[in-house]
Design a protein around this ligand. Structure first.
Ligand SMILES: C[S@@+](CC[C@H](N)C(=O)[O-])C[C@H]1O[C@@H](n2cnc3c(N)ncnc32)[C@H](O)[C@@H]1O
Length: 283
Protein backbone atom coordinates (compact mmCIF):
# COMPACT_ATOMS: atom_id res chain seq x y z
CA UNK A 1 0.00 0.00 0.00
CA UNK A 2 3.09 2.24 0.06
CA UNK A 3 2.32 3.28 -3.53
CA UNK A 4 -1.04 4.69 -2.49
CA UNK A 5 0.59 7.02 0.02
CA UNK A 6 3.01 8.23 -2.65
CA UNK A 7 0.28 8.98 -5.19
CA UNK A 8 1.30 6.15 -7.49
CA UNK A 9 -0.98 3.74 -9.30
CA UNK A 10 -1.41 0.87 -6.84
CA UNK A 11 -0.19 -2.53 -8.15
CA UNK A 12 0.18 -0.89 -11.58
CA UNK A 13 -3.61 -1.02 -11.86
CA UNK A 14 -3.60 -4.82 -11.64
CA UNK A 15 -5.66 -6.40 -8.89
CA UNK A 16 -6.36 -9.82 -7.59
CA UNK A 17 -9.86 -10.84 -8.70
CA UNK A 18 -11.20 -10.88 -5.15
CA UNK A 19 -10.74 -7.65 -3.24
CA UNK A 20 -11.32 -7.63 0.51
CA UNK A 21 -12.81 -4.13 0.64
CA UNK A 22 -12.59 -3.66 4.38
CA UNK A 23 -8.89 -4.51 4.52
CA UNK A 24 -8.12 -2.48 1.42
CA UNK A 25 -9.91 0.64 2.71
CA UNK A 26 -8.50 0.33 6.22
CA UNK A 27 -4.97 0.34 4.76
CA UNK A 28 -5.50 3.17 2.27
CA UNK A 29 -8.24 5.83 2.06
CA UNK A 30 -9.72 5.06 5.51
CA UNK A 31 -6.43 4.42 7.33
CA UNK A 32 -5.44 6.47 10.36
CA UNK A 33 -2.44 7.72 8.40
CA UNK A 34 -4.63 9.00 5.56
CA UNK A 35 -7.04 10.62 7.97
CA UNK A 36 -4.26 12.55 9.74
CA UNK A 37 -2.01 13.16 6.70
CA UNK A 38 -4.29 12.86 3.64
CA UNK A 39 -3.08 12.22 0.10
CA UNK A 40 -4.25 14.67 -2.60
CA UNK A 41 -8.05 14.25 -3.11
CA UNK A 42 -7.67 13.94 -6.88
CA UNK A 43 -5.48 10.94 -6.33
CA UNK A 44 -7.74 9.43 -3.68
CA UNK A 45 -10.75 9.97 -5.96
CA UNK A 46 -9.05 8.18 -8.85
CA UNK A 47 -8.16 5.34 -6.52
CA UNK A 48 -11.74 4.97 -5.22
CA UNK A 49 -13.20 5.08 -8.73
CA UNK A 50 -10.76 2.42 -9.94
CA UNK A 51 -11.65 0.13 -7.02
CA UNK A 52 -15.36 0.69 -7.70
CA UNK A 53 -14.95 -0.15 -11.37
CA UNK A 54 -13.20 -3.40 -10.49
CA UNK A 55 -15.83 -4.32 -7.92
CA UNK A 56 -18.68 -3.60 -10.31
CA UNK A 57 -16.98 -5.59 -13.08
CA UNK A 58 -16.74 -8.58 -10.75
CA UNK A 59 -20.41 -8.17 -9.69
CA UNK A 60 -19.59 -7.36 -6.07
CA UNK A 61 -21.53 -4.96 -3.91
CA UNK A 62 -19.66 -1.73 -3.17
CA UNK A 63 -19.02 -1.02 0.52
CA UNK A 64 -20.73 2.16 1.88
CA UNK A 65 -17.40 3.35 3.23
CA UNK A 66 -16.13 3.63 -0.32
CA UNK A 67 -19.04 5.91 -1.28
CA UNK A 68 -18.32 8.02 1.81
CA UNK A 69 -14.69 8.42 0.78
CA UNK A 70 -15.70 9.34 -2.72
CA UNK A 71 -17.99 12.05 -1.40
CA UNK A 72 -15.31 13.32 1.00
CA UNK A 73 -12.79 13.61 -1.84
CA UNK A 74 -15.26 15.33 -4.15
CA UNK A 75 -15.86 18.00 -1.50
CA UNK A 76 -12.20 18.49 -0.51
CA UNK A 77 -10.59 21.70 -1.79
CA UNK A 78 -7.93 21.05 -4.44
CA UNK A 79 -5.55 23.68 -3.08
CA UNK A 80 -5.37 22.39 0.53
CA UNK A 81 -2.37 20.85 2.35
CA UNK A 82 -1.82 17.29 1.21
CA UNK A 83 0.79 14.74 2.09
CA UNK A 84 2.94 12.04 0.62
CA UNK A 85 4.03 9.42 3.14
CA UNK A 86 7.30 7.52 2.90
CA UNK A 87 8.15 4.30 4.71
CA UNK A 88 11.84 3.80 5.45
CA UNK A 89 12.85 0.97 7.75
CA UNK A 90 10.10 0.93 10.35
CA UNK A 91 9.52 4.69 10.21
CA UNK A 92 6.76 6.57 8.40
CA UNK A 93 7.36 10.17 7.34
CA UNK A 94 4.49 12.31 6.01
CA UNK A 95 5.40 15.36 4.00
CA UNK A 96 3.40 18.22 2.54
CA UNK A 97 4.32 18.30 -1.14
CA UNK A 98 3.10 19.93 -4.32
CA UNK A 99 1.87 17.98 -7.33
CA UNK A 100 4.34 19.69 -9.68
CA UNK A 101 8.07 18.86 -9.62
CA UNK A 102 8.90 22.56 -9.96
CA UNK A 103 6.52 24.91 -8.20
CA UNK A 104 6.87 28.54 -7.03
CA UNK A 105 10.23 28.59 -8.87
CA UNK A 106 11.81 25.84 -6.73
CA UNK A 107 12.44 22.10 -6.74
CA UNK A 108 12.30 22.03 -2.93
CA UNK A 109 8.56 21.41 -2.47
CA UNK A 110 8.93 17.78 -3.54
CA UNK A 111 10.96 14.94 -2.11
CA UNK A 112 13.65 13.73 -4.52
CA UNK A 113 14.95 10.23 -5.17
CA UNK A 114 18.33 10.76 -3.50
CA UNK A 115 16.63 12.14 -0.36
CA UNK A 116 14.73 8.89 0.04
CA UNK A 117 17.84 6.79 -0.67
CA UNK A 118 20.04 8.78 1.70
CA UNK A 119 17.46 7.98 4.40
CA UNK A 120 17.51 4.30 3.35
CA UNK A 121 21.29 4.35 3.62
CA UNK A 122 21.08 5.90 7.10
CA UNK A 123 18.57 3.25 8.16
CA UNK A 124 21.45 0.73 7.96
CA UNK A 125 23.81 2.70 10.21
CA UNK A 126 24.37 1.84 13.89
CA UNK A 127 21.87 3.38 16.34
CA UNK A 128 24.56 5.60 17.88
CA UNK A 129 25.56 7.19 14.56
CA UNK A 130 26.15 10.93 14.98
CA UNK A 131 25.96 10.65 18.77
CA UNK A 132 26.52 14.12 20.31
CA UNK A 133 27.35 15.57 16.91
CA UNK A 134 25.95 18.51 14.98
CA UNK A 135 24.62 17.67 11.53
CA UNK A 136 23.98 20.33 8.88
CA UNK A 137 21.97 19.53 5.77
CA UNK A 138 22.33 21.55 2.55
CA UNK A 139 19.29 22.06 0.27
CA UNK A 140 17.05 20.15 2.67
CA UNK A 141 13.84 20.70 0.61
CA UNK A 142 10.79 19.05 2.19
CA UNK A 143 12.92 17.87 5.14
CA UNK A 144 12.74 14.15 4.32
CA UNK A 145 16.37 13.28 5.19
CA UNK A 146 16.46 15.48 8.28
CA UNK A 147 13.18 14.18 9.68
CA UNK A 148 14.32 10.62 9.10
CA UNK A 149 17.69 11.25 10.80
CA UNK A 150 16.06 12.98 13.77
CA UNK A 151 13.64 10.07 14.27
CA UNK A 152 16.27 7.38 13.69
CA UNK A 153 19.12 8.84 15.79
CA UNK A 154 17.82 10.39 19.03
CA UNK A 155 21.42 10.87 20.25
CA UNK A 156 22.22 13.63 17.73
CA UNK A 157 23.29 16.85 19.43
CA UNK A 158 21.61 19.07 16.87
CA UNK A 159 20.35 18.93 13.27
CA UNK A 160 20.41 22.11 11.17
CA UNK A 161 18.25 21.96 8.05
CA UNK A 162 19.14 24.63 5.51
CA UNK A 163 17.82 25.87 2.19
CA UNK A 164 17.69 29.18 0.34
CA UNK A 165 14.04 29.49 -0.71
CA UNK A 166 11.64 31.07 1.79
CA UNK A 167 8.65 28.97 0.63
CA UNK A 168 10.73 25.81 0.98
CA UNK A 169 11.87 26.81 4.48
CA UNK A 170 8.25 27.48 5.57
CA UNK A 171 7.03 24.16 4.16
CA UNK A 172 9.97 22.36 5.80
CA UNK A 173 9.08 23.86 9.18
CA UNK A 174 5.53 22.58 8.84
CA UNK A 175 6.75 19.12 7.88
CA UNK A 176 9.07 19.06 10.88
CA UNK A 177 6.27 19.99 13.26
CA UNK A 178 3.92 17.36 11.80
CA UNK A 179 6.49 14.56 12.17
CA UNK A 180 8.47 15.43 15.30
CA UNK A 181 7.67 16.18 18.90
CA UNK A 182 8.54 19.56 20.44
CA UNK A 183 11.54 18.12 22.37
CA UNK A 184 13.48 17.18 19.24
CA UNK A 185 16.45 19.50 18.71
CA UNK A 186 16.58 21.00 15.23
CA UNK A 187 17.01 24.37 13.57
CA UNK A 188 15.83 25.60 10.19
CA UNK A 189 18.18 28.15 8.64
CA UNK A 190 18.58 30.08 5.42
CA UNK A 191 21.88 29.07 3.81
CA UNK A 192 22.34 30.14 0.22
CA UNK A 193 25.40 28.62 -1.49
CA UNK A 194 25.76 31.83 -3.50
CA UNK A 195 26.38 33.91 -0.40
CA UNK A 196 29.89 34.29 1.02
CA UNK A 197 28.96 33.92 4.67
CA UNK A 198 28.79 30.34 6.03
CA UNK A 199 28.43 30.80 9.79
CA UNK A 200 28.16 27.14 10.86
CA UNK A 201 30.63 24.62 12.18
CA UNK A 202 28.98 21.17 11.96
CA UNK A 203 30.59 17.76 12.51
CA UNK A 204 28.75 16.15 9.57
CA UNK A 205 27.28 17.74 6.44
CA UNK A 206 24.52 15.93 4.54
CA UNK A 207 23.01 16.65 1.14
CA UNK A 208 20.66 14.84 -1.24
CA UNK A 209 20.01 15.67 -4.89
CA UNK A 210 21.84 18.97 -4.61
CA UNK A 211 24.15 18.26 -7.58
CA UNK A 212 21.93 19.16 -10.52
CA UNK A 213 23.09 22.34 -12.24
CA UNK A 214 26.64 23.10 -13.41
CA UNK A 215 26.01 26.84 -12.97
CA UNK A 216 25.51 26.46 -9.22
CA UNK A 217 28.03 23.65 -8.54
CA UNK A 218 31.07 25.96 -7.97
CA UNK A 219 29.12 27.83 -5.26
CA UNK A 220 27.90 24.56 -3.73
CA UNK A 221 31.47 23.21 -3.60
CA UNK A 222 32.81 26.47 -2.15
CA UNK A 223 30.17 26.21 0.61
CA UNK A 224 31.13 22.58 1.22
CA UNK A 225 34.84 23.49 1.39
CA UNK A 226 34.11 26.13 4.05
CA UNK A 227 31.98 23.75 6.10
CA UNK A 228 34.66 21.03 5.94
CA UNK A 229 37.57 23.33 6.80
CA UNK A 230 37.69 22.24 10.44
CA UNK A 231 37.71 18.48 9.92
CA UNK A 232 34.00 17.78 9.32
CA UNK A 233 32.98 15.19 6.73
CA UNK A 234 30.16 15.38 4.20
CA UNK A 235 27.89 12.61 2.93
CA UNK A 236 26.29 13.57 -0.38
CA UNK A 237 23.73 11.42 -2.23
CA UNK A 238 23.12 12.18 -5.90
CA UNK A 239 20.88 10.77 -8.56
CA UNK A 240 23.04 10.59 -11.68
CA UNK A 241 20.86 12.12 -14.37
CA UNK A 242 23.73 13.50 -16.52
CA UNK A 243 27.18 11.94 -16.07
CA UNK A 244 28.81 15.22 -17.22
CA UNK A 245 27.17 17.20 -14.40
CA UNK A 246 28.35 14.72 -11.77
CA UNK A 247 31.88 14.58 -13.26
CA UNK A 248 31.98 18.38 -13.12
CA UNK A 249 31.04 18.24 -9.42
CA UNK A 250 33.84 15.73 -8.69
CA UNK A 251 36.38 17.90 -10.57
CA UNK A 252 35.30 20.95 -8.56
CA UNK A 253 35.87 18.94 -5.37
CA UNK A 254 39.44 18.21 -6.55
CA UNK A 255 40.01 21.92 -7.28
CA UNK A 256 39.04 22.77 -3.69
CA UNK A 257 41.35 20.07 -2.23
CA UNK A 258 38.42 17.92 -1.20
CA UNK A 259 38.79 14.17 -1.44
CA UNK A 260 35.87 11.77 -1.90
CA UNK A 261 35.15 8.04 -1.63
CA UNK A 262 32.15 6.07 -2.87
CA UNK A 263 30.06 4.50 -0.10
CA UNK A 264 28.69 1.01 -0.70
CA UNK A 265 24.98 1.05 -1.18
CA UNK A 266 22.55 -1.25 -2.95
CA UNK A 267 20.07 0.68 -5.06
CA UNK A 268 17.91 -0.04 -8.11
CA UNK A 269 18.15 3.57 -9.19
CA UNK A 270 21.24 5.49 -10.42
CA UNK A 271 22.01 6.97 -7.00
CA UNK A 272 25.56 7.40 -5.70
CA UNK A 273 26.54 8.30 -2.16
CA UNK A 274 29.99 9.71 -1.47
CA UNK A 275 31.92 10.78 1.61
CA UNK A 276 33.85 14.03 1.19
CA UNK A 277 36.68 15.31 3.39
CA UNK A 278 39.29 18.03 3.23
CA UNK A 279 42.71 16.78 2.14
CA UNK A 280 45.17 17.22 5.02
CA UNK A 281 48.71 17.82 3.77
CA UNK A 282 51.56 16.67 6.01
CA UNK A 283 54.30 19.26 6.56
C1 LIG B 1 16.35 18.80 -6.05
S1 LIG B 1 15.96 19.58 -4.55
C2 LIG B 1 16.44 18.36 -3.35
C3 LIG B 1 15.73 18.56 -2.06
C4 LIG B 1 15.98 17.49 -0.98
N1 LIG B 1 17.36 17.47 -0.57
C5 LIG B 1 15.51 16.13 -1.42
O1 LIG B 1 16.37 15.25 -1.62
O2 LIG B 1 14.32 15.92 -1.57
C6 LIG B 1 17.29 20.78 -4.42
C7 LIG B 1 17.21 21.69 -3.20
O3 LIG B 1 18.32 22.60 -3.22
C8 LIG B 1 17.87 23.90 -2.88
N2 LIG B 1 18.76 24.90 -3.51
C9 LIG B 1 18.84 25.22 -4.82
N3 LIG B 1 19.72 26.22 -5.01
C10 LIG B 1 20.22 26.54 -3.76
C11 LIG B 1 21.15 27.50 -3.28
N4 LIG B 1 21.75 28.36 -4.10
N5 LIG B 1 21.43 27.54 -1.97
C12 LIG B 1 20.80 26.68 -1.11
N6 LIG B 1 19.89 25.76 -1.49
C13 LIG B 1 19.60 25.70 -2.81
C14 LIG B 1 16.44 23.97 -3.43
O4 LIG B 1 15.66 24.96 -2.78
C15 LIG B 1 15.95 22.55 -3.15
O5 LIG B 1 15.37 22.44 -1.88
Amino acid sequence: MEQFFQWKLVNNGEWETKINQEILLSRTVCSQLNLSCPVHPEFSLRFCKQVMKLLEASGEEVNDQLYDCLQRDLLSPRDGRYFKSYFVGDLAISLIETKQIISSGTTGLNTWTAGIHLSRWMAGLPDNWGQDQTILELGAGTGMTGIFALKRFPGLKEYILTDSHSGVLDNMKENLSVNLTAEVNYQVENLDWEMDEVGFSPDIVLGADIVFDTRIIPDLVRTLAKLLERGAKAIIASTIRREETYEFFLKELDCKSLTWTNLEFECQEPVKIIKIEKIRYKL
